[in-house]
Design a protein around this ligand. Structure first.
Ligand code: ZN
Length: 160
């Protein structure tokens, strides 16, 4: 059994980590949180950077996923508006919705570029992206003009 780290086990380990990162000397940190100096020192040297890297990774993934969700949400609304506008023959609104859907795809493309730089997720092969792509293209099949525009936009995203 490896020796437990009293700082890692501490209920306030996040505050301790933040305090250490802010540059507070480990002696005063140990005093403040009722820990031994050697434990805080060892934790700072051996564990802290790992925790921080993990936290940063999670934060970035969350941010990208969040953006993706929001764009997907926008896209659902745009397609919904397009459908309703076409039913009522409101071509002006339909055109605006098509242009909005196109913009969403460009946004997704940019997001894909951002995600590509991360080793874990490649949006071009991620099942979520392929599914979304199929849903978008499928939803536009009854609207030939929009369908063609979307396919062109997707091509340009793929080439970019
Ligand atoms: Zn630790």
């Amino acid at each position: 059994m490896p020796r437990r780290c009293t700082v890692c086990d501490h209920p306030k380990r996040h505050s301790i980590g933040e305090t250490l990162v802010s540059g507070a000397p480990y002696r005063s940190v140990a005093k403040r949180f009722g820990l031994s100096e050697s434990a805080v020192y060892r934790h700072k040297v051996e564990h802290l950077s790992t925790h921080l890297l993990k936290a940063k990774e999670v934060e970035e993934t969350t941010r990208a996923d969040d953006l993706l969700e929001q764009v997907k949400d926008l896209q659902v609304h745009a397609l919904d508006i397009l459908e309703r506008a076409e039913k009522t023959g409101d071509l002006r609104t339909a055109l605006a919705a098509i242009s909005q859907a196109r913009g969403n795809l460009e946004l997704l493309g940019k997001l894909a570029g951002e995600l590509d730089e991360r080793p874990i997720v490649n949006l071009n092969v991620s099942p979520e992206w392929l599914e979304l792509r199929a849903v978008i293209v499928g939803a536009l099949e009854p609207h030939p003009a929009a369908h063609r525009a979307i396919l062109r936009a997707l091509e340009s995203v793929g080439n970019g």
